[in-house]
Design a protein around this ligand. Structure first.
Ligand code: GLC
Length: 330
């Protein structure tokens, strides 16, 4: 039987075990701690400029993920009008990245109240995305992708995730009918969230997960991350670490087999205040090597202002990290 292409595409997606086209994330890096604070880079570091994206592209990255806190930049309900200056600045940054020939993942980050009160706040999330999506609707669909909410956690779980995000997805679809949209699962989008992550029936929705395992290594000394060991108390690279990594790759493989969709790793990294550069290099290399055969895209956390790859003081890439991430280096 021959199917028209559109029908064939639907049949493909409806058949478990057959692959849906993965999002071409490739090698990716997060512009972390730039557009989440109250003022750009208010947590330390510098503002983004076009040279950052040129440098990132020249290093071999295909994609940047741009975390943005929108929820404290809006007016009163029901419209929740986004502050014009903030929207203009985010637009400038997104367009700089697109102009540097990078794909862009634009997210909603740190909307803490949504995670505490998903039912009460989902309308605000939808209002934010209605505006953001309409604003960027004419940017290339193949190159700019929206991620509805970073790291669902707290009261926002896989059980209520789709109900909570559905109004935002519908708002996006009013103006961006087939733009890629990214959804990560509950419990901070950890790799275990994939086991119960169900996505909406939309061929342009793509799964993501974050990878900071083992957390007591990657977040040692990270005071914002809850009860973690002190800096410098945990090395990486034991047999148990290797076994865990292999088991976590198997979880991703199981997800691909179950759903036919290939997730990407939207964040991975180790806190520079907690472990040495040599150990961070070792960690990135181990994670990259383990997950690469699954064909998943990976986004390092982060570019310069936190968990840095680029050293703003010296104006150089930190030695070894790009190579560990599968890039050529110098
Ligand atoms: C998440 C948080 C971010 C933090 C990172 C690593 O993306 O939103 O603030 O720096 O994880 O812990």
């Amino acid at each position: 039987m021959t199917l028209r292409p559109a029908l064939a595409a639907i049949a493909l997606l409806a058949s478990p075990g057959l692959a849906a086209e993965p999002l071409p994330v490739g090698a990716c890096i997060n512009m972390g701690n730039h557009l989440e604070p109250e003022r750009e880079s208010g947590w330390g570091g510098k503002r983004i400029d076009a040279a950052d994206f040129a440098r990132i592209r020249a290093a071999g990255f295909d994609t940047v993920r741009i975390p943005v806190r929108w929820s404290n930049k809006v007016g009163p309900q029901p419209g929740y009008a986004i502050d014009e200056n903030w929207l203009a600045r985010v637009t400038e940054v997104v367009d700089q990245a697109l102009a540097a020939d990078l794909n862009v993942i634009l997210d909603d980050h740190n909307f803490e109240a949504l995670h505490e009160h998903p039912d009460a706040k989902r309308g605000k999330l939808a209002a934010i995305w209605r505006q953001v999506a309409a604003h960027f609707a004419d940017r290339p669909t193949a190159r700019l992708w929206y991620e509805i909410e970073n790291e669902p956690h707290g009261a926002l779980t896989n059980a209520n995730l789709l109900a909570t995000l559905a109004p935002a997805l519908a708002a996006i679809r009013e103006t961006n009918p087939d733009r890629p949209v990214v959804i990560g699962g509950g419990n901070w989008s950890g790799v275990d969230s994939l086991a119960t992550l169900e996505l909406p029936d939309d061929p342009n929705v793509h799964p993501t997960f974050h990878y900071y395992e083992p957390f007591d290594f990657t977040h040692q000394g990270a005071t914002w991350a809850g009860p973690v060991p002190k800096a410098g108390t945990r090395d990486y690279g034991t047999q148990a670490d290797a076994d865990r990594l292999a088991a976590d790759v198997a979880k991703v493989e199981a997800y691909i087999a179950r759903t036919g969709r290939t997730p990407f790793m939207g964040e991975t990294g180790a806190y520079d205040g907690g472990s040495s550069l040599a150990e961070r290099v070792q960690y990135h290399a181990a994670v990259h090597e383990a997950f690469a055969p699954s064909g998943i895209g990976m986004c390092a956390w982060a570019y310069a202002n936190t968990f840095p790859f680029w050293n703003r003081q010296t104006g150089q890439w930190l030695p070894g990290l790009r190579e560990a991430f599968g890039l050529p280096g110098n």
